[in-house]
Design a protein around this ligand. Structure first.
Ligand code: BGC
Length: 661
């Protein structure tokens, strides 16, 4: 019907020669109108000059507005078209500028002077809300994908770890002789040079698997970690021992000094036997003798390389006339293994001592027959007492896969390594341990701060931060300093589930100098922290699984309750990073040769202060050996102690280096 109407209109318009009457001028409908009634009248169209008519008029009719179409309308329409035409083709038309943009200075009337000149309502620049919020979280999520470490990656990692194990040499200690001191009593000294702190402790063994510990801890000054000479570092350590003795064992200490004044001789009984936990790769060539292979964890003192670290410490102790003998050298993982063995519940021995702290490493009990160097070199093989058939191996797994065949590698990892003091080594450690996680995070955050799209800490929307004030990054923020971000920051972020992530925002302000961060900033930081921490835990699972599988402990040996695989762990990550062990366990279940049942049998226990206790236990072994009793705890067999021509177990000289050299 309507279509027919239009056709009729046009025909009518074409026919029109004189202006038609306005509808209000003629009450009578036209012929056409009559014909097409009851459709709306179309007459006015006929009054429009034909060149404007055909389509436009038809359109007007379609919209039903044709009934009030007049000359005035047509005139306006023509003018409008002319203006549009001019705007379209006139090249001089200037760009449209809004009255106000984020960069425009606001007129005073909108932005009056603050009430007090010192307390502006808004600090510069005027805060605005832009729709960039989603971009930040999207960008953060994109980065987290780079840190994903799949089940497939875990299995590939385990396979590579097992195949690389033992490719280097072994570093070992005097076998399981030290695992049997549960009944031993005595007071021993231990010092522990870790990556962050130097601890001095005295340990009273009570002889019933318990002990009491007195300890002091001091942060190692950064400039000593990269001192010009090793003497600077070791004299500082000796000084700490002196202070400790004066504070906690003053009677013994002053009595010693007086005896010394009276006569120059001191009996062995009056001297503290000290176990030295030295948590760096060492080529151990004696119970209290080991040369430094390389530094790790940010230390870099070149003249110490290839030096006997026990001798370096003893020299400084002697310079202070302290009644102390460095009796044993021990890696912190070995100490952790020892301490866990001393205290762990049940009859099961401990398989592995592992550190997930500033650095990472593991020491485990291995069958002598599987230690390639001992079985392949006849002179070495005959030089060891094989009666217990076991030995402790310090793997130095921080250097697993230095050639990067299977380790994940993001641009942040690459830059971190390139700018470290030891590029190309400790590659596993650089992806796992606390010292490096903070630095990886720092680099990720900085890249997002600099990114033009992500806009981290860029005050995109001040309404979501506490003070509704501008987000600022202090000029001296830890974000701009290499190693500026500590693992404790990651632990705080991981733990915070409060509404608005207040703890993260507070810590951003306190630790990183980022003030008034928004909730979304904090959410982005949390996503990133989680990704970096989770990757670290899953990589840690690779090392644990590889040791368990390679020692045949993935296979259930019996139905008894004691059929567990005991692992002693220590370090800030495993102790304080929320969910670290859960993430390890999740990955362990994904390892084909372990599965759920294998994972369940693995018992992981914190061996708190293990390295100190373990060092004291080893000092005790050393003391017993020095006494020549050879049976301090009734089980001392000299296992793993190298005998010179089968003679005296004291004169051992185990050779070797780390497994992942
Ligand atoms: C060292 C190891 C040590 C580990 C944990 C690594 O950097 O090379 O010897 O056991 O840190 O402290």
């Amino acid at each position: 019907m309507k279509l027919r109407n239009w056709r009729v209109e046009l025909q009518s318009a074409r026919r029109a020669e004189s202006p038609p009457q306005r509808p209000d001028e003629t009450k009578a409908p036209t012929k056409l109108g009559l014909i097409m009634a009851p459709t709306p009248p179309v007459f006015e169209a006929s009054a429009v000059p034909l060149r404007f008519l055909h389509s436009d008029v038809a359109f007007l009719k379609k919209t039903g507005r044709g009934s009030s179409f007049s000359r005035a309308h047509v005139l306006s329409f023509v003018v409008l078209l002319a203006v549009l035409f001019l705007q379209l083709f006139n090249p001089d038309v200037t760009e449209y500028k809004p009255a106000w943009s984020p960069n425009t200075e606001l007129p005073d009337v909108l932005y009056p002077s603050p009430i007090s000149p010192n307390t502006p309502i808004f600090s510069e620049p005027y805060p605005i809300s832009r729709p960039a919020k989603m971009t930040l979280l999207d960008e953060a999520r994109k980065v987290t994908e780079e840190f994903a470490y799949s089940a497939e990656d875990v299995n590939r990692g385990v396979k590579a770890f097992i195949s690389q194990m033992g490719k280097g040499n072994y570093q070992t200690y005097c076998g399981d002789v030290m695992l049997n001191y549960a009944q031993t009593r005595g007071l021993y000294l231990a010092v522990d040079l870790g990556g962050t702190n130097f601890r001095v402790c005295s340990i009273q063994l009570h002889g019933n698997t318990t002990f009491s510990l007195t300890q002091s801890k001091v942060a190692i000054p950064r400039d000593l970690m990269i001192a010009k000479t090793s003497q600077e570092l070791f004299s500082f350590l000796a000084k700490q021992i002196e202070t400790f003795l004066q504070t906690h064992h003053n009677d013994h200490y002053t009595a010693h000094l007086e005896r010394r004044k009276a006569s120059s001789s001191t009996t062995t009984a009056e001297i503290f036997q000290l176990g030295f936990t030295f948590s760096f790769p060492v080529n151990q060539v004696g119970l209290n003798k080991g040369t430094l292979i390389r530094w790790s964890k940010g230390f870099d003192i070149s003249d110490a390389i290839d030096q006997d670290v026990c001798q370096l410490l003893q020299t400084e102790i002697d310079a202070l006339h302290l009644p102390v003998k460095v009796a044993a050298l021990v890696n912190d993982t070995v100490g952790t293994l020892m301490a866990r063995s001393y205290t762990s519940p049940g009859k099961t021995g401990t398989l592995l001592g592992a550190i997930f702290g500033t650095g990472t490493n593991g020491a485990y009990v291995e069958k002598l027959s599987k230690i390639r160097k001992l079985t392949s070199t006849s002179s070495s093989a005959s030089a060891y007492d094989t009666s217990t058939g076991e030995m402790i191996v310090n793997t130095e797994w921080g250097s697993f896969d230095n050639t990067m065949t299977v380790l994940p590698n993001t641009p942040y990892d690459i830059a971190l390594d390139a700018e470290s003091v030891n590029p190309g080594v400790q590659m596993f450690e650089k992806r796992v341990s606390g010292m490096f996680l903070g630095e990886i995070l720092r680099r990720v955050l900085l890249s997002l701060v600099k990114s033009s799209t992500a806009q981290l800490f860029s005050d995109v929307d001040s309404s979501t931060n506490d003070g509704h004030s501008t987000t600022t990054i202090a000029a001296d923020s830890a974000l701009y300093k290499q190693w500026g971000v500590d693992t404790s920051f990651l632990s705080i972020c991981q733990a915070d589930s409060s509404p608005g992530l207040r703890a993260i925002r507070q810590s951003l302000s306190k630790d990183l100098g980022v003030d008034a961060a928004s909730t979304e900033d904090a959410e982005a930081v949390k996503l990133l922290v989680n990704a970096i921490g989770k990757r670290s835990a899953r990589l840690s699972a690779v090392a644990i699984a590889a040791v368990v599988i390679n020692t045949g402990n993935n296979v259930q040996k019996g139905a008894s309750e004691d059929d567990v695989v005991d692992i002693g762990v220590d370090g800030s990550l495993v102790e304080y990073y929320p969910g670290f062990e859960d993430y390890i366990r999740e990955a362990l279940r994904e390892v084909k040769d372990l599965g759920e049942s294998g994972e369940k049998r693995i018992r992981i226990g914190i061996a708190k202060d293990g390295s100190g206790v373990g060092a004291a236990l080893i000092a005790l072994v050393a003391a017993k050996m020095e006494e020549g009793s050879g049976s301090g705890a009734g089980t001392e067999s000299g296992a793993g102690v190298r005998k010179e021509d089968g003679a005296d177990p004291k004169n051992y000289e185990p050779e070797g280096q780390d497994w992942f050299g």
